[in-house]
Design a protein around this ligand. Structure first.
Ligand SMILES: Cc1cc2nc3c(=O)[nH]c(=O)nc-3n(C[C@H](O)[C@H](O)[C@H](O)COP(=O)(O)OP(=O)(O)OC[C@H]3O[C@@H](n4cnc5c(N)ncnc54)[C@H](O)[C@@H]3O)c2cc1C
Length: 475
């Protein structure tokens, strides 16, 4: 008898429990990927994620081919397809990785029911995250809502197993029905807007491992000083690789832990990095316990905040035309690279929710479509934090000042000048507040406000007062 391995957002062969379990079964193994975006509702992969997925699947095909296997591609209802394929290759068992998150959990549960009706054995394995959200509990029982105690308990109690090597060979069934071709999944954009993504990223498992090695060898020591600086390559940029499961969190964890044990890195900086990986765990912890939070605030009273509807302002925000240089730089980086630095994600997110009082869900949807690392747990955590309605969030009336954020975290203005080149010749003093520049300074920098670069979409002081009074109505 054969086994099926249903791959989804675990597109790797290294440290893959479901693959190892399938290989431990007596017969051959058929790895497969099913494209069924309609089964994920509003959270089917967005445009940038689809681009990533195409290239990640291509990379996985090559990895499997090196081991004598091919990746079967199919479209349609997962339960039905798995059932048909199991029949065709004479499989009695299906393995997959526990996906977590409400959209995939619902889909997988439906598939499991269909497979149970056909008397197929289903085995679901760990590997997406490091902890079991049902097992890490507060001292009084129940889920955590605050990061630091969660992280303390995690570190005290969670045992992270060492990663397992990739198999050297994978025997697949001798006769497999024809699947579809990668191009048939139609994942690449038309017209082609992905040149910025191509310039920036190397999707796939090999790219993920190479990035991890670079981080540990070159970036970890400076991580604590550099992680808040969007103008330098101070963070790992591992997020899309983790989102698509091209590298396991265990692999990241142990590569860093070993570097600490070997004395190869500054332990404090390395632990600071692992703490960020801990935020990913926390995001999954929350979405597991509060599956409504991709669209509903964790703190319910925020539903009643007088959110505004202003499609023109939303569009200016999306296009990076708000007139606040750091905000615009971030949103333009997102459009070009499919990624934004974390500090700037916080600034643009809070700007949408607090300065503009636009529903945070609209920002989350835009990120979902444009991020290569779109991950429902992390995106939900980040947006609820930015809007003040989530776990560990700052109160709503505490607002980032986008001007001083730019001055503090991009001190030479290199980040803003890169992404907002029309302001490149402004002196540092006015770079983050061009509306304060005297006319002769603007003229010298060749900037006409309202023409070359927008006037601010809102006055910072008025926005602050508006946010405060909105909050007073629900506080
Ligand atoms: C509004 C908003 C939306 C976000 N949406 C996403 C998203 O869709 N997908 C996503 O992966 N992250 C998201 N984040 C979290 C964070 O910004 C990114 O994980 C981080 O910027 C990725 O860059 P990196 O890999 O260089 O991070 P590093 O600093 O190198 O951190 C290493 C890894 O730790 C995890 N991590 C780091 N910071 C966070 C964090 N604050 N929350 C959760 N996990 C974290 C990521 O997996 C990251 O790859 C969002 C944050 C905000 C404020």
């Amino acid at each position: 008898m054969a086994s099926l391995l249903w791959l989804d957002n675990d597109l790797r062969i290294h440290d893959h429990e479901a693959l190892r379990a399938a290989l431990a079964d007596p017969g051959p193994v058929l790895p497969m990927f099913l494209w069924a975006p309609e089964t994920l509702g509003d959270w089917a992969p967005g445009g940038a994620s689809r681009w990533w997925l195409h290239h990640s699947l291509q990379a996985l095909q090559a990895r499997l081919a090196d081991r004598g296997a091919s990746l079967h591609l199919a479209q349609g209802d997962p339960g039905q397809r798995l059932r048909e394929l199991a029949e065709a290759v004479d499989a009695d068992t299906v393995h997959w990785t526990r996906r977590l998150g409400p959209e995939r959990a619902r889909r997988d549960e439906r598939a499991r029911e269909v497979l149970a009706e056909a008397s197929l054995d289903v085995h679901v394995h760990d590997g997406r995250i490091l902890h079991d959200p049902a097992e890490v509990e507060t001292t009084s029982g129940g889920p955590y809502r605050v990061f630091t105690p969660f992280w303390d308990r995690f570190q005290a109690e969670v045992h992270v197993p060492r990663p397992q090597p990739a198999p050297e060979a994978i025997a697949t069934p001798s006769s497999v029905p024809e699947g579809c071709e990668l191009v048939d999944l139609d994942l690449l954009p038309t017209p082609d807007w992905a040149h910025g993504l191509r310039e920036t990223w190397r999707p796939g498992e090999a790219g993920a491992h190479q990035r991890l090695a670079t981080v540990v060898d070159d970036r970890l020591d400076a991580y604590l000083e550099a992680r808040d600086r969007p103008d330098v390559e101070g963070t790992s940029r591992l997020s899309p690789h983790l989102a698509w499961g091209e590298i396991s969190p265990r692999t990241v964890w142990w590569r860093v832990k070993d570097a600490i044990l070997d004395g190869a890195v500054d332990p404090e900086a390395a632990r600071g990095f692992l703490r960020q990986v801990g935020w990913r765990e926390f995001g999954y912890h929350l979405i597991h316990h509060f599956p409504q939070t991709p669209t509903e605030p964790l703190r319910e009273k925020y539903e009643n905040l007088p959110w505004r509807r202003a499609p023109d302002e939303l569009e200016r925000w999306r296009r990076g035309r708000t007139g606040f240089p750091l905000v615009d730089a971030g949103l333009r980086q997102l459009w070009h690279e499919g990624w934004i630095h974390n500090r700037v994600r916080m600034v643009v997110g809070a700007f949408l929710a607090k300065h503009l009082l636009l529903p945070w869900q609209e920002g989350a949807e835009w990120f979902w479509d444009t991020l290569v690392d779109a991950d429902l747990a992390n995106n939900t955590l980040g947006w609820q934090w930015a809007a003040g309605c989530g776990a560990d969030a700052q109160p709503f009336f505490r607002m980032f000042n986008p001007m001083t954020q730019g001055e503090d975290h991009d001190p030479d203005g290199a980040y803003v000048r890169r992404w907002v080149p029309e302001l490149a010749d402004l002196p540092d003093e006015y770079l983050n507040r061009p509306w304060e520049a005297p006319p002769e300074v603007l003229a010298q920098a060749d900037v006409e406000l309202g023409e070359d670069y927008p006037e601010p979409i809102v006055d910072h002081g008025e926005a602050r007062a508006r946010a405060q009074s909105a909050y007073d109505r629900i506080g």
